[in-house]
Design a protein. Sequence first.
Length: 195
Amino acid sequence: MSEVTEPVSGKLVIISGPSGAGKSTVVQKLLGNCDLPLQLSISATTRKPRTGEQNGVNYHFLTQEEFAQKREDNQFLECMEVFGRGDWYGTFRHEVTTGLVAGKWVILEIDVDGALSVIDERPDAITIFVHPGSIEELKRRLQSRGTETQQSIERRLEVARRELAVINRYKHEVINDDVDRAVNEICEILKQTGD
């Protein structure tokens, strides 16, 4: 009689936090520097690609109609309209499932609302809230980007205050005051969780 073994399964990792906290930079460095089988889930969006962005690499770029159909077909683990601009973002279920079945640690770099909806469905997820340490530092970072109006910055700060209020829904908190230090801390959290 042959022995039946359970398939090796990966882990779901959610990294989120306020806009301007440096999540993308941290995640990119984490993928290159942490010796775990990490895989970034590529989000879908209805927004137009920015210069240099590639479909299937930075995002899965969809039309409003394509996105709406996939939403109706329950193909998203989470999805929502972000910042009230009419653009939708979402995480494909199949992309997450495929990675987990392959034994990958699938990273979702998503906003806080998206994270909370995934946490409700997947309480086993490793959840990490990344922020710069204070609203003042976040404001400084958003202003130094030079890409947004003062009104847009104020709107993002208002959202950030609401997001910081739900930090207790996450299992881990990492202050991104130094990218390399934050990356090392997240890698250690993941390694300890995997033991």
